[in-house]
Design a binder for this molecule. Structure first.
Ligand code: FMN
Length: 186
Protein backbone atom coordinates (compact mmCIF):
# COMPACT_ATOMS: atom_id res chain seq x y z
CA UNK A 1 0.00 0.00 0.00
CA UNK A 2 1.46 3.38 -0.89
CA UNK A 3 1.46 6.29 1.55
CA UNK A 4 -1.47 8.10 -0.06
CA UNK A 5 -3.64 5.00 -0.09
CA UNK A 6 -2.67 4.34 3.53
CA UNK A 7 -3.79 7.81 4.64
CA UNK A 8 -6.94 7.62 2.54
CA UNK A 9 -8.09 4.25 3.84
CA UNK A 10 -7.13 4.34 7.57
CA UNK A 11 -10.12 3.93 9.88
CA UNK A 12 -10.55 3.37 13.60
CA UNK A 13 -10.67 -0.39 14.10
CA UNK A 14 -12.97 -1.69 16.83
CA UNK A 15 -12.88 -5.39 16.00
CA UNK A 16 -9.77 -7.52 16.17
CA UNK A 17 -8.74 -11.09 15.51
CA UNK A 18 -8.04 -13.19 18.57
CA UNK A 19 -4.29 -13.49 18.06
CA UNK A 20 -1.34 -11.65 19.56
CA UNK A 21 0.88 -9.23 17.69
CA UNK A 22 4.53 -10.30 17.36
CA UNK A 23 6.81 -8.32 19.68
CA UNK A 24 9.05 -7.31 16.74
CA UNK A 25 6.04 -5.81 14.99
CA UNK A 26 5.21 -3.68 18.03
CA UNK A 27 8.86 -2.64 18.41
CA UNK A 28 8.99 -1.58 14.77
CA UNK A 29 5.75 0.41 15.16
CA UNK A 30 7.29 2.32 18.08
CA UNK A 31 10.41 3.02 15.98
CA UNK A 32 8.22 4.27 13.12
CA UNK A 33 6.30 6.41 15.60
CA UNK A 34 9.52 8.14 16.58
CA UNK A 35 10.21 9.11 12.95
CA UNK A 36 7.57 11.85 13.43
CA UNK A 37 8.55 15.49 13.22
CA UNK A 38 9.62 16.77 16.61
CA UNK A 39 9.93 20.39 17.79
CA UNK A 40 13.60 21.38 18.26
CA UNK A 41 14.45 17.71 17.70
CA UNK A 42 13.63 16.96 21.33
CA UNK A 43 11.78 13.65 20.82
CA UNK A 44 9.76 14.15 24.03
CA UNK A 45 7.90 10.85 23.96
CA UNK A 46 7.81 7.64 25.94
CA UNK A 47 5.64 4.52 25.71
CA UNK A 48 3.76 1.98 27.75
CA UNK A 49 2.97 -1.26 25.92
CA UNK A 50 0.43 -3.67 27.37
CA UNK A 51 -0.17 -7.07 25.85
CA UNK A 52 -2.82 -9.71 26.52
CA UNK A 53 -6.54 -9.49 25.95
CA UNK A 54 -7.61 -10.43 29.48
CA UNK A 55 -5.21 -7.99 31.08
CA UNK A 56 -6.39 -5.19 28.80
CA UNK A 57 -10.05 -6.04 29.41
CA UNK A 58 -9.38 -5.89 33.18
CA UNK A 59 -7.91 -2.41 32.66
CA UNK A 60 -11.07 -1.40 30.79
CA UNK A 61 -13.18 -2.55 33.74
CA UNK A 62 -10.97 -0.59 36.13
CA UNK A 63 -11.18 2.55 33.99
CA UNK A 64 -14.98 2.38 33.64
CA UNK A 65 -15.39 1.97 37.41
CA UNK A 66 -13.17 5.02 37.96
CA UNK A 67 -14.90 7.12 35.28
CA UNK A 68 -18.52 6.45 36.20
CA UNK A 69 -18.68 8.59 39.36
CA UNK A 70 -16.54 11.30 37.71
CA UNK A 71 -18.45 11.99 34.51
CA UNK A 72 -19.66 15.35 35.84
CA UNK A 73 -16.01 16.46 36.01
CA UNK A 74 -15.39 15.17 32.48
CA UNK A 75 -18.25 16.79 30.49
CA UNK A 76 -16.75 15.79 27.11
CA UNK A 77 -17.48 12.17 28.07
CA UNK A 78 -21.02 12.75 29.37
CA UNK A 79 -22.60 11.78 26.03
CA UNK A 80 -21.05 8.31 26.43
CA UNK A 81 -22.44 7.67 29.92
CA UNK A 82 -24.70 4.84 28.75
CA UNK A 83 -21.76 2.99 27.12
CA UNK A 84 -19.54 3.46 30.13
CA UNK A 85 -22.21 2.07 32.46
CA UNK A 86 -22.52 -1.14 30.45
CA UNK A 87 -20.61 -4.08 31.93
CA UNK A 88 -20.35 -5.62 28.47
CA UNK A 89 -18.65 -2.55 26.95
CA UNK A 90 -14.90 -2.97 26.71
CA UNK A 91 -13.41 0.46 26.05
CA UNK A 92 -10.50 -1.34 24.32
CA UNK A 93 -12.73 -3.51 22.11
CA UNK A 94 -10.96 -6.78 23.06
CA UNK A 95 -7.70 -5.58 21.54
CA UNK A 96 -4.71 -7.85 22.19
CA UNK A 97 -2.34 -4.89 22.68
CA UNK A 98 -2.31 -1.27 23.79
CA UNK A 99 0.25 1.44 23.21
CA UNK A 100 0.11 4.55 25.40
CA UNK A 101 2.14 7.53 24.24
CA UNK A 102 3.33 9.95 26.93
CA UNK A 103 4.86 13.38 26.30
CA UNK A 104 7.59 15.12 28.26
CA UNK A 105 6.52 18.68 29.16
CA UNK A 106 10.20 19.63 29.26
CA UNK A 107 9.56 20.29 25.57
CA UNK A 108 7.09 23.05 24.79
CA UNK A 109 6.04 20.95 21.77
CA UNK A 110 5.38 17.66 23.54
CA UNK A 111 1.63 17.48 22.80
CA UNK A 112 2.17 18.02 19.08
CA UNK A 113 5.15 15.67 18.89
CA UNK A 114 3.51 12.82 20.79
CA UNK A 115 0.30 13.22 18.75
CA UNK A 116 2.27 13.06 15.50
CA UNK A 117 4.04 9.99 16.86
CA UNK A 118 0.67 8.35 17.62
CA UNK A 119 -0.57 9.20 14.12
CA UNK A 120 2.54 7.58 12.61
CA UNK A 121 1.85 4.44 14.62
CA UNK A 122 -1.77 4.37 13.42
CA UNK A 123 -0.75 4.71 9.78
CA UNK A 124 2.18 2.28 10.01
CA UNK A 125 -0.12 -0.25 11.67
CA UNK A 126 -2.77 0.19 8.99
CA UNK A 127 -0.17 -0.29 6.24
CA UNK A 128 0.37 -3.84 7.50
CA UNK A 129 -3.22 -4.86 8.19
CA UNK A 130 -3.31 -3.89 11.86
CA UNK A 131 -6.20 -1.88 13.24
CA UNK A 132 -5.87 0.90 15.82
CA UNK A 133 -8.26 3.14 17.70
CA UNK A 134 -7.30 6.18 19.77
CA UNK A 135 -9.09 5.69 23.10
CA UNK A 136 -9.85 9.05 24.68
CA UNK A 137 -11.82 7.27 27.42
CA UNK A 138 -8.49 6.15 28.87
CA UNK A 139 -6.89 9.60 28.92
CA UNK A 140 -7.57 10.86 32.45
CA UNK A 141 -7.05 7.49 34.11
CA UNK A 142 -3.74 6.77 32.39
CA UNK A 143 -2.53 10.25 33.41
CA UNK A 144 -3.08 9.59 37.14
CA UNK A 145 0.11 9.69 39.22
CA UNK A 146 -0.43 6.24 40.71
CA UNK A 147 -1.11 4.73 37.28
CA UNK A 148 1.99 6.36 35.80
CA UNK A 149 3.92 4.95 38.73
CA UNK A 150 2.38 1.47 38.11
CA UNK A 151 3.78 1.54 34.57
CA UNK A 152 7.11 3.23 35.44
CA UNK A 153 6.25 6.47 33.64
CA UNK A 154 8.13 9.48 35.02
CA UNK A 155 5.76 11.60 37.14
CA UNK A 156 6.16 14.73 35.00
CA UNK A 157 5.23 13.02 31.71
CA UNK A 158 1.72 13.59 30.43
CA UNK A 159 -0.54 11.05 28.77
CA UNK A 160 -1.22 12.06 25.16
CA UNK A 161 -2.68 9.01 23.43
CA UNK A 162 -3.81 5.48 24.18
CA UNK A 163 -4.07 3.29 21.07
CA UNK A 164 -5.57 -0.15 20.75
CA UNK A 165 -3.71 -2.45 18.40
CA UNK A 166 -4.76 -5.71 16.82
CA UNK A 167 -5.08 -7.57 13.54
CA UNK A 168 -8.07 -5.86 11.98
CA UNK A 169 -11.21 -7.93 11.50
CA UNK A 170 -13.35 -6.81 8.57
CA UNK A 171 -12.94 -3.84 6.31
CA UNK A 172 -14.36 -0.36 6.73
CA UNK A 173 -15.08 1.95 3.80
CA UNK A 174 -13.02 5.09 3.31
CA UNK A 175 -13.94 7.80 5.84
CA UNK A 176 -16.25 10.59 4.77
CA UNK A 177 -15.20 14.05 5.85
CA UNK A 178 -16.52 17.56 5.41
CA UNK A 179 -14.90 19.57 2.63
CA UNK A 180 -11.85 21.35 4.08
CA UNK A 181 -12.73 24.86 5.29
CA UNK A 182 -10.19 27.15 3.73
CA UNK A 183 -10.27 30.50 5.52
CA UNK A 184 -8.01 32.24 3.07
CA UNK A 185 -6.23 31.49 -0.13
CA UNK A 186 -4.30 34.38 -1.58
C1 FMN B 1 -8.52 12.29 20.42
C2 FMN B 1 -9.39 11.11 20.00
C3 FMN B 1 -10.10 10.41 20.97
C4 FMN B 1 -10.85 9.30 20.60
N1 FMN B 1 -11.46 8.55 21.59
C5 FMN B 1 -12.15 7.44 21.24
C6 FMN B 1 -12.69 6.57 22.25
O1 FMN B 1 -12.52 6.78 23.46
N2 FMN B 1 -13.39 5.47 21.84
C7 FMN B 1 -13.57 5.17 20.52
O2 FMN B 1 -14.21 4.16 20.22
N3 FMN B 1 -13.05 5.96 19.54
C8 FMN B 1 -12.34 7.07 19.87
N4 FMN B 1 -11.76 7.85 18.89
C9 FMN B 1 -11.92 7.49 17.46
C10 FMN B 1 -12.91 8.43 16.76
O3 FMN B 1 -14.20 8.12 17.16
C11 FMN B 1 -12.72 8.27 15.24
O4 FMN B 1 -11.42 8.67 14.87
C12 FMN B 1 -13.76 9.10 14.46
O5 FMN B 1 -15.06 8.61 14.67
C13 FMN B 1 -13.46 9.08 12.94
O6 FMN B 1 -13.45 7.74 12.46
P1 FMN B 1 -12.17 7.13 11.70
O7 FMN B 1 -10.98 7.21 12.64
O8 FMN B 1 -12.53 5.71 11.39
O9 FMN B 1 -11.92 7.92 10.46
C14 FMN B 1 -10.96 8.93 19.23
C15 FMN B 1 -10.24 9.64 18.27
C16 FMN B 1 -9.43 10.70 18.64
C17 FMN B 1 -8.60 11.41 17.59
Amino acid sequence: MDALQCIRSRRSGRSYEDRPIPKDTINELLRLGTKAATGSGMQPWGFVVLEGRERIEALSTEIKAWLRPRLAELPWLAQYEEWLRKDSYNIFYNAPALVAVYGDPASHWHVYDASLCAANIMLAAHAQGLGTCWIGFAESFMNRSDIKSRYHVPEDFRLISVLTLGFARGHLPEAERRTPRVFYRG
